[in-house]
Design a protein. Sequence first.
Length: 244
Amino acid sequence: MDQYEVATLKKGLLILDALQQGEPLRLTDIMRQFNLNKSTTFRLLYTLEKTGFIQKDGNTYKASELRRTYSSSVNTNLNWLVVPSLHQLAQEIGETAYIGVLHGMNVMTVQVVEGNHAIRSHSRVGDSAYAHLSAFGKVILAYLSDEQLNKMLNHLTLHKATKHTFDDNHLLKEHLNVIRQQGYAIDDEETEIGLRCIAAPIFYKGNVIAAVAISGPAVRLNRKRDRSVSKRLRECSAQISGLL
């Protein structure tokens, strides 16, 4: 083995690749195919299932539908065509603007345009957080189909980051219904005390694939601004969806 390879990670990736390329497999099938013992195979499958990469269906395992992928052209458009809209949004509102996508159980930031204040929300491309913590994640969850959402909630560990974080599945689902009705989500100091975020969904061919968000200090991005900021966010999300 190459000195830089991580053996366990490599085994997990090989199993994932096999499940993505072929038919569902039983634990014994995977043991035989990759010459692994039962304990190692179980641990690898358990980890892949808990992180949302695979699903267990009876006695077999298959690649998870939660890890939905879109064409490279859509990903490229999401990464670059949205930048002018995002830049304009950040300039108008004065706070940091983001694009995020669902990545397993997390939401990952794929674009950032900084706000114009010295004290502002900071994030980098590649940052991720549990989907239920942020406005990003909640607005994407709210627009999933019932089947997709139930699968997400069955896998999602409701980690509590602050006293405001939703950590009950029933309450979270009720909250997601409200988000869907109003067309935007708010992270009211649920990820971090002193930080608020508002997000709106981005669609491609009728399916939610991402979210656009504005984030900033709670004293500045306060509740009095929710209506005006959410309205501008929905305009921006509609513009981005149109570009896609």
